[in-house]
Write a protein that binds this ligand. Structure first.
Ligand code: HH2
Length: 275
């Protein structure tokens, strides 16, 4: 995968994506960065701690969250992307489901688009990514964020997610996105119960039939809180366990909040996987 001026060999080790939410309402770090400078400093810190990519998001996708307008989302993310592009060498990703936000972010210095709708909200995103030679993460989500956690059901969890992601990757390819610029993500917590999330982590290798690098984002999510009965600020160890399982089962990229700690967890898990 080519990002910024770098070639990332996603088969060589597991890569770390640091989360930078510039939103007032994200479930774990919402409202932390009131000014763009604070968010930029947090991004710089994550890069120093070993993040390979920084994922900047301006719209919370948490269950029940309200959509934000194009202008509001742009106003949140663009100064942060511009600031980071000057300050860090690591590639920047824009977490958005809107093609116009993706377009502006890529112009401002991002080189990856992380689309949690897997091109269902806005197909134009694929054309924007193709035009910029950007990488594209396609995530599976069942239903809109407002309602996705209302009794999600599957007849064949892995099969349905695999065919959704296969169709999304096909759309991306048809729009001109390079085959090796596409990553897939089963979307932990996006229209999934606790059991679905655990099954996905356990059976992640089954998605490798799609021939794309797999990204996974279990960080501090509610399935960990449900198992441990702990609030979001106490989910680091649970996140480490989920991240370890994901790495052993073939994740190429892991999206996390606690970069310093998870870089260590991932390096050890990766060493075991490759032993
Ligand atoms: N999870 C979240 C957001 N974006 N992108 C990918 N590819 N995979 C994920 O699992 C994923 C994602 C939700 O987590 P977070 O960003 O911490 O919270 P919020 O959506 O409330 O901002």
């Amino acid at each position: 995968m080519r990002l910024r001026d770098r070639e990332l060999d996603l088969s060589s080790r597991t890569f770390v994506m640091g989360i930078l939410n510039v939103t007032p309402d994200s479930f774990s770090d919402g409202g932390l960065f009131r000014r763009p400078e604070e968010a930029v400093l947090h991004g710089v810190r994550m890069a120093e701690e070993g993040a390979d990519i920084l994922d900047v998001g301006g719209e919370s996708t948490r269950p029940g969250s309200e959509p934000v307008t194009l202008e509001e989302e742009s106003r949140r993310v663009l100064p942060v992307i511009e600031g980071l592009a000057k300050r860090v060498k690591v590639p920047l990703s824009i977490d958005t489901t809107k093609s116009q936000v993706a377009e502006r972010a890529l112009q401002a210095g991002a080189s990856m688009v992380n689309d949690t709708s897997g091109l269902t909200d806005d197909l134009q995103t694929a054309y924007v990514a193709a035009k910029h030679g950007a990488a594209l993460v396609l995530m599976h989500r069942k239903g809109q964020p407002e309602v996705m956690q209302e009794d999600p059901r599957y007849d064949d969890l892995i099969g349905e997610i695999a065919s959704f992601l296969k169709a999304s990757a096909r759309k991306a390819k048809d729009a001109g996105v390079g085959e090796d610029q596409i990553a897939i993500d089963p979307g932990i917590g996006f229209g999934k119960t606790l059991e679905h999330n655990l099954y996905l982590l356990k059976h992640l290798t089954e998605l490798s039939v799609l021939g794309k690098p797999i990204l996974i984002g279990p960080s501090r999510k509610s399935f960990i809180g449900k198992i441990l009965n702990l609030p979001v600020e106490d989910r680091m160890e649970g996140t480490a366990a989920a991240v370890t399982a994901a790495v052993l089962n073939g994740a190429a990229l892991v999206r996390v909040h606690d970069v310093k700690e998870m870089v260590r967890v991932i390096r050890v898990a990766d060493a075991i996987r490759r032993a």
